[in-house]
Write a protein of this length. Structure first.
Length: 180
């Protein structure tokens, strides 16, 4: 879907030369948007995106580029939610062999409201739909991020709501239908 709001932006699969820019978008999101910083137990893919996304045969990374600068990212990993930290029933429902998990859908704040996140997600969903070994597309989001849950509900449905007073995250788990 290309609209006037995304004129001048290119959404495409990442190449090796894009990785420093993609890493910068991701790290800046962790620090400046989420306020959590780099957490090695969750963010190792950001330090070595070449191995995680370019070398792995079932994983992918897309970028949004504007005037030669990477301003957004989205990724697919061939893995379900890990237990722990996520509930065991989700790990059973979304096994690694048949699940694609959507990760790292980030757009620099100064490029928000141009449809870039939608275009990045659409590229990832199209890839998953075209990959017969994927049976499900799973993601989780932190509902504290303004607009995040509402955005994801335009693509899919909640399968587990883990929000509560017990931890610092307000995690909601979703599935995007593949409608093949």
């Amino acid at each position: 879907m290309t609209t006037a709001t995304t004129t001048g932006y290119l959404v495409r699969p990442a190449e090796p030369a894009d990785l420093p820019g993609a890493r910068s978008v991701m790290l800046d999101t962790f620090y400046q948007v989420f306020g959590i910083g780099y957490l090695p137990e969750y963010h190792q893919d950001v330090i070595d995106p070449a191995t995680m996304y370019l070398a792995h045969p079932r994983n992918r990374l897309w970028v949004a580029e504007h005037d030669g600068v990477i301003v957004g990212t989205a990724a697919i990993r061939a893995q379900g939610p890990a237990h722990p930290p996520h509930p065991a029933e989700l790990a059973r429902r979304y096994p690694d062999a048949t699940t694609a998990q959507l990760f790292r859908v980030y757009v620099r704040p100064e490029h928000h409201r141009r449809g870039l996140a939608t275009r990045l997600v659409e590229a990832a969903v199209a890839h998953v739909r075209a990959t017969p070994t994927f049976e499900r597309l799973y993601l989780h989001t932190d509902a504290r991020t303004p607009g995040a849950l509402e955005f994801w509900l335009t693509f899919g449905r909640v399968v587990h709501d883990a929000r509560g007073p017990h931890d610092g995250f307000q995690t909601v788990h979703l599935e995007i239908p593949l409608d093949r």
